[in-house]
Design a protein around this ligand. Structure first.
Ligand code: GLN
Ligand code: ZN
Length: 747
């Protein structure tokens, strides 16, 4: 047996987040377009060089993007919303679609499958498809010129692209066929210029597919491949391929790639149904999503099993490596050795593939590994508590109607209460302050004093704006997950291990290695201080268990449900202490509630059960007069509105502005009779929203939601904004509430 290796989806932010810095400098007018493009080229070439350096047989290209790879495809295929066409410069237009401008609302952004990567949703207004530019070719040539190697361009497949898009009208299949002609042209051009193979990513193939989907996919690939000789592989990931036999045996391509880590069912399917002799099987054996070292023995055994079905085998990563930080080396001094030794990030994944190849092809002995460190950090007390949870008794009492009435009496809120989601601008100074404290350049006292000053300023500003429910501003938090992980046992925090979340935004996912419990109170000091400064209610805010779990790297020896319950129990302690300290409103943020949903419908109910239970574990014993809020953003929540309702939060604030109020239509089908704040403006854009546009969203919502249940808020936290635009936007927002109150009086 002789195997080859390939790699794809290498992180594009650069080892020192060069891309982020270059983008932000360009946006702020501090550097030129040329400088930005130069940085991009350096990253592209260096990534290829790294991969090539490990003797990977097939080095990818076109997995770089200046902002988002889906947006790259849109621009390449001329899917450019009409409103941006007046921007003459192509690069500025590209960023305008992604981020909006003062005048133009950005395109919607949403989560890429069940990951924490966000893409810019294509707005397909009509079939204007044509090949405007050949970006894959440019990258192919760039690497060729610099390193002399022939790379394999990676594209997002047409089916996945259409599935990710927003279509006007019910024309998905028609559009798919039209688009396949552009793909064919693209492949033909690549072929002419000496490209020998391409990879087409179709992660949507792991979602549930109908007969119509299958027919359309077949037609589409027949069309793409007619007259194209270039070796073409389809890569699937994030779960197992749906309709294995129907796709694997029928599509006219040279090979299929499978995620054998998160889609382990693929293995059974391959063994059961066999594999076509004329196709290559790409086995995704090293994870692109979890940071734990590969178990060489297991993979070697797996290859042995697969070799009974095919001898055309290539080993690869299981899904794009962009979900991992670049290299664990960056943490050598920051992580405890026993944890450090367990980890593999993007670069180490490539090394693992290279080792596997040597084991298989050259008969090297399988290295000895000690992979069972988690047990050391188990906590029997927590395990016991989890066992005692009675899942049938998580219902909060009394019912919402009674609770809400009581809450309103105590809180004395006006009709259409206004609030924000929690964070206020995280300025350079704030970030420096936290960094200084962490590095020991200032004392704890100095640090806390400065944080308190920010809280004072923020409370004052909110009072001046006229908001009804105030927040402390979240200045102590680097990130809504990392901050909590830092204060919980069982989590390791990294220092330099950044992962792209969207555009220039990067996060450092914490790593769960042991059982979880609270180290100390989490948010009490800041919340209480804020409350001491004002007569208005201050809401306490912490991140919920599902989101903390979803945005961390979980250990893999226990199931997610158990991890989520462990986090919930820790947060429950915090919740109950906050109540005792007199806090009247507590918000549990769950922006990743939808994102954690498995890609196959058959797995949904199990997920919802534990996700909802986790929330209820925290709130089930809440006093009736404590108002429980939750917040969700950045996903399509329409289909799961009943599950959101099942959380039984008193008030939810939910994103709606960027998707132009789409969530509102969900309430036509489902009577949502708890309080709700539809996000009335998009905080991801520096634009100041007008009263009219916010009023428009509100008015549409009020047709379906009762006045007495309606809250007014932005669609997410304000941390990425500057103060000036924040104040101006919130003032307009408060005016909306004032107008509505007046109108309500006059009826
Ligand atoms: N409370 C958080 C904030 O305002 C929520 C962030 C989020 O939903 N992503 O920043
Ligand atoms: Zn949010």
């Amino acid at each position: 047996m002789f195997i080859k290796t390939l790699v794809f989806g290498y992180p594009r932010i650069g080892p020192q987040r060069e891309l982020k810095k270059a983008l932000e400098a360009y946006w702020n007018g501090k550097s030129s377009k040329d400088e930005l493009l130069k940085t991009a080229q350096t990253i592209i070439v260096n990534n290829a060089k790294t991969i090539h350096g490990y003797e990977i047989d097939s080095v990818p290209s076109n997995d770089f993007s200046l902002y988002d790879f889906i947006l790259d495809h849109s621009v390449m295929f001329n899917v450019i919303p009409e409103r941006f066409k007046t921007i003459p410069d192509a690069l500025d237009r590209y960023f305008a679609i992604a981020r909006g401008t003062e005048r133009l609302a950005a395109s919607e952004m949403t989560k890429w499958f069940n990951t924490n990567y966000h893409y810019i949703v294509p707005e397909i207004e009509k079939d204007t498809f044509c090949l405007l530019e050949n970006k894959p070719l440019k990258e192919f040539q760039l690497i060729k010129e610099n390193l002399g190697i022939n790379t394999k361009p990676v594209l997002v497949g047409p089916y996945t692209y259409i599935r990710c898009a927003k279509l006007w009208g019910d024309k998905a299949f028609e559009l798919l066929i039209k688009l396949s002609q552009v793909y064919r042209q693209l492949l033909q051009e690549l072929e002419k210029k000496g490209v020998e193979e391409v990879q087409i990513d179709e992660p949507a193939f792991v979602t549930d597919l109908t007969e119509d989907d299958l027919k359309a996919i077949k037609k589409c690939y027949d069309s793409i491949r007619s007259g194209v000789k270039l070796r073409t592989y389809i890569q699937t990931y994030y779960d197992s391929l749906s309709e294995y036999e129907k796709l694997v045996f029928s599509l006219p391509i040279n090979g299929f790639g499978f995620d054998l880590v998160d889609g382990a069912d693929n293995i059974e399917k391959i063994l059961k149904f066999g594999y076509p002799k004329d196709k290559i099987l790409i086995a995704g054996v090293v994870s692109g999503r979890d940071p734990w070292r590969v178990n060489f023995r297991e993979v070697v055994d797996l290859i042995e099993r697969l070799s009974k079905v095919t001898d055309n085998l290539i080993l690869s990563n299981s899904c794009p490596l962009l979900h991992l930080p670049i290299t664990v080396e960056a943490e050598k001094e920051h992580l405890p050795k026993e944890i450090y030794d367990m980890l593999s990030f993007a670069k180490e994944r490539i090394a693992e593939l290279s080792i596997l190849k040597t084991i298989i092809n050259e008969g090297m002995e399988v290295p000895k590994q000690n992979l069972s460190i988690h047990e050391k950090f188990n906590n029997p007390k927590i395990r016991q508590k989890i066992n005692k949870i009675d899942e049938s008794k998580l219902q909060r009492q009394p019912e919402f109607q009674f609770r809400y009435k009581k809450q309103l009496e105590i809180l004395q809120l006006p009709l259409f209460p206004t609030t924000t989601i929690g964070s206020f601008p995280q300025t350079k100074e704030i970030r420096k302050l936290r960094a200084d404290y962490k590095a020991g350049r200032i004392t704890k006292e100095e640090y806390l004093n400065s944080i308190d000053k920010e809280i004072e300023k923020t409370i004052k500003i909110q009072e001046e704006i006229g908001l009804d429910v105030l927040v402390h501003g979240e200045f102590e938090r680097t990130d809504m997950v990392e901050f909590f992980a830092e204060n919980l046992n069982g989590f390791a925090i990294t220092k330099n291990s950044w992962v792209q979340s969207y555009g220039s935004r990067c996060v450092r996912p914490p790593i769960i290695y042991g059982d979880i419990s609270r180290k100390k109170p989490l948010i009490q000091r800041e919340t209480l201080y804020a409350q001491s400064l004002t007569e208005k209610p201050v809401k306490a805010i912490f991140t919920g268990p599902v989101t903390i779990l979803q945005w961390s790297y979980p250990r893999k020896d226990i199931v997610k449900k158990e991890l989520s319950y462990q986090i919930a129990l820790a947060l429950k302690e915090e919740f109950e202490e906050l109540e005792k300290l007199g806090i009247k409103i507590i918000q549990i943020d769950e922006p990743a509630f939808r994102e954690g949903l498995p890609l196959k419908k058959a797995k949904h109910s199990l997920y919802f059960e534990w996700a909802i239970n986790s929330f209820r574990i925290i709130t089930k014993d809440a006093k009736p007069e404590t108002q429980v809020h939750t917040h969700m953003c950045y996903s399509d929540f329409n289909e799961i509105i009943d599950k959101i309702y099942a959380l039984d939060a008193d008030v939810i604030s939910i994103e709606a502005s960027r998707s132009k109020g789409e969530i509102i239509s969900a309430f036509e089908k489902f009577k949502y009779d708890h309080a709700i704040g539809i996000g009335v403006y998009d905080i991801h854009s520096p634009r100041i929203p007008s009263i009219e546009e916010m009023m428009d969203i509100v008015k549409r919502s009020l047709r379906l939601i009762d006045n007495s249940l309606f809250w007014i808020n932005p669609d997410c936290g304000l941390k990425t904004r500057a103060w000036q635009e924040t104040i101006a936007s919130l003032k307009n927002m408060v005016k909306v509430a004032e107008i509505l109150r007046k109108e309500a009086k006059n009826v």
